[in-house]
Design a protein around this ligand. Sequence first.
Ligand SMILES: O=C(O)CCC(=O)C(=O)O
Length: 293
Amino acid sequence: MAMVDMARVEPLEDVTDLLEEPEWLREKAEEEGLLFFRGLLDPKTVSDVRSQVLAVCDAHGWLVEGTDPEAAVANQDAMVVESRDPRWQDFYCDIQKVRDFHALALEPAILNAFETLFGEPVLPHSRNICRVVFPNSSVHSTPPHQDNLYIGGSEQTWTAWIPVGDVPVTLGGLAVTKGTHKEGKLEDKEAVGAGGRRVDVEEDVVWVGGDYSCGDVIFLHSLTVHQGRDNLSDRLRLSFDFRYQPRSHRVRSDSLLPHMGWVTWDEVYSEWEEDDLTKYYWRGWELDVFERQ
Ligand SMILES: O=C(O)CCC(=O)C(=O)O
């Protein structure tokens, strides 16, 4: 299994009220490296995107024929894991073209929360990530890692992990350690599972996790260690990872490219309305962009 055992898992603590108390919100973020917001997004908005993602899953034969697509019952015969497998690549290129998937990353509720946290304008990275996890794929669950390894750039970059639909523990979801961002960058090593790298986790570390509902969002610091939980159901688990940083901080250029680089922005945008303001939204901003070495 890619996921490591968790001796102690604390329940998710809703900090929505702290959005009215920016100093306390920042203190909490500084202390724990994670912030959980129950119902930050309108569940209807998330459900609409979910239906669009499931339509793509269906078109790729990933749902059991004759079942309600909304139930996301996985066709085990089509099982594929996130990788360079051509079946995954074809699916992922189609997902990257879903306009509302990218638009969700720009929802005012998320941007406002990050501006409160950063105390300055936010730069949403446009490299948005969609994860679809089949049941019986535990060996490929996302191992414990720090996102900074993949992002580079400012350590003050945060990930918003969004359950796309209700994600009870049986469906997998995300488990996040408390306070590990204070340990700095940890040594990583090769591993099985999404991302392909992992870090060691102390046995007595405190994990946070539980049942997520549609509309919930969890923010985590780029050095906070976290892992995907095994999907023990018969359904597909859907989630998004969107990243955000203070706009004045340096940003690595690939954070503004389509995730995985299998399509270009022009291909992503090819069927969107011409005057859609979510296209290239970052281009008018003064940014300190640097190239990956
Ligand atoms: O959704 C998952 O399984 C893990 C996602 C994650 O940890 C990440 O993308 O950094």
